[in-house]
Design a protein around this ligand. Structure first.
Ligand SMILES: [Zn+2]
Length: 459
């Protein structure tokens, strides 16, 4: 039994790169694989940062949490989506359970922790912190000044990662990650802890910004380009930094490396609302003069049956009588229209009509329990090789420029896990579920696993 657990979360880190392609380049991680169990950690549906880290740390599905993406419908009105914050998570996460047992914790940068909540220890909030200067992003509050003294301007996230300024972005990523790990070492040195849980976002940002330079299958890949090794170089420095954190892990400390989902190339974008218009499900009051965001005032609601949201995956909503303010689909027709849309979306090919393998899920097939307002369909275009574009007036269903700036990578369901510690059988293990991590941590730390948790311990 371990008395402590040190968890390093690498947002979006894909097992295909870390374990299959680059393990020999990453001596710290390689040595951990020699004494730990490692493999694919299957993310939740949707495999999106928010909710995935909260799913991992509470062992509850997105349906149970009522968090279906970065943004969620508050109610059945048309005025858009609101951001999920820490307040959206209404079940205890692993640090809450440990705090209640008087065990000290350090929580650093885990997505879904802004605004911060009190813990028995310290918490530094995640990338959703609006502004480190003005936001209260630490527990206790005075930790904020300590961080400023330690690192100067702390970077919660890199500004504007969907950019063509690649050198500027690499410098920002380096600064952010260096400061986060310096802070991690400082907290490990100065605070008591039984659980240390940090998440680095740089691994996600670099995938989105540099995937085209490193993946020969990406449409824009050019052999021998000057950023070919940008992601690997970032991981080499990360591996050194992880090595320095391991100085704080004694024989009694279990060490975990986990990611919330993986990454894959993006082949293009599907303008879901343009497609819905073509098929007669969505009607606008007038033709937009230029590509624009779909806002409720543009829509002729009494003639509209469905609309969709952009993002790494598509949330599709139906306009239902008695549910939406100007619903048109009679309740009795709901399943028929939804099935029709599911079938048509799954048959939608690429710009030349070739099949891309789109999957459209009914939420009730994914989750036994559904809180909040779930989408009517959750659509993975091209099994996530295509993203969803919400704009209208683009003049095409298939686009190859992203409406929010260049982005080369989408999220994949395959994240990774590595668990090293006393009593863990080393070697490549079977695929595990993201909900297995919280029960694993509690078991490693000798604490009971609550019956509501949906996963099972790896140990
Ligand atoms: Zn993520």
């Amino acid at each position: 039994m371990a008395s402590k657990a040190l968890v390093i979360g690498l947002d979006c880190a894909p097992p295909q790169l870390v374990f299959d392609r680059w393990l020999d380049e990453l001596p710290t991680i390689r040595s951990l694989t020699e004494r730990g169990s490692f493999g694919v950690l299957r993310s939740c549906d949707p495999p999106i940062t928010v909710p995935a880290w909260s799913v991992m740390t509470s062992s509850r599905s997105p349906g149970a949490l009522g968090i279906y993406g970065f943004r969620n419908r508050r109610d059945h009105s048309y005025d858009g989506l609101s951001f999920a914050t820490s307040r959206s998570v209404r079940v205890p996460r692993v640090w809450d359970l440990l705090s209640a047992r008087d065990r000290p914790v350090i929580v650093l940068g885990v997505p879904g922790t802004y605004p911060v909540t009190p813990v028995n220890g310290v918490m530094v909030a995640c990338f959703l912190t609006p502004d480190v200067e003005t936001s209260q992003y630490t527990h206790p509050p005075e930790l904020k000044d300590e961080i400023a003294q330690l690192v100067g301007r702390y970077l919660i996230d890199v500004p504007d990662f969907r950019t063509e300024e690649k050198d500027r972005l690499l410098a920002d990523l380096e600064e952010m990650t260096e400061k986060r790990f310096r802070l991690a070492e400082h907290l490990l040195e100065t605070r008591p802890w039984d659980l240390f849980f940090m998440v680095e976002m740089g691994t996600d940002r670099i995938n989105h910004a540099f995937w085209r330079f490193t993946d020969p299958e990406h449409r824009l890949y050019e052999p021998g380009n000057s950023y070919e090794s940008a992601i690997l170089d970032y991981y080499r420095r990360l591996d050194e930094r992880i090595g320095r954190l391991l100085r704080f892990a004694d024989d009694e400390t279990a060490v975990l490396i986990v990611s919330d989902h993986g990454a894959k190339r993006i082949d293009g974008g599907v303008c879901v609302n343009e497609w819905l218009r073509q098929e007669g499900y969505l009607v606008l009051k007038e033709e937009p003069a230029s590509p624009s965001r779909l806002t409720p005032d543009l829509v002729d609601w009494p003639r509209t049956k469905a609309w969709g949201e952009g993002g790494y995956y598509c949330r599709l909503f139906l306009n239902v009588v008695g549910r939406e303010p100007q619903g048109v689909i009679p309740q009795a027709d709901y399943e028929r229209v939804r099935d029709e849309l599911k079938g048509k979306l799954q048959a939608l090919g690429d710009e030349q009509g070739r099949p891309i393998g789109t999957v459209a899920h009914r939420p009730e097939e994914l989750y036994p329990e559904r809180n909040g307002v779930a989408p009517d369909l959750m659509v993975y275009f091209g099994d996530l090789l295509w993203r969803s574009v919400g704009q209208v007036g683009t003049g095409a269903v298939h686009v190859f420029e992203n409406d929010t700036g260049p982005d080369d990578a989408n999220h994949a369901h395959e994240g990774l896990y590595l668990v090293a510690g006393d009593g863990v059988a080393p070697g490549r293990g079977s695929e595990r579920d993201i909900r297995d991590i919280a029960p694993t941590l509690l078991t490693l730390l000798g604490e009971p696993v609550p019956a509501e948790m949906e996963g099972t311990s790896l140990v």
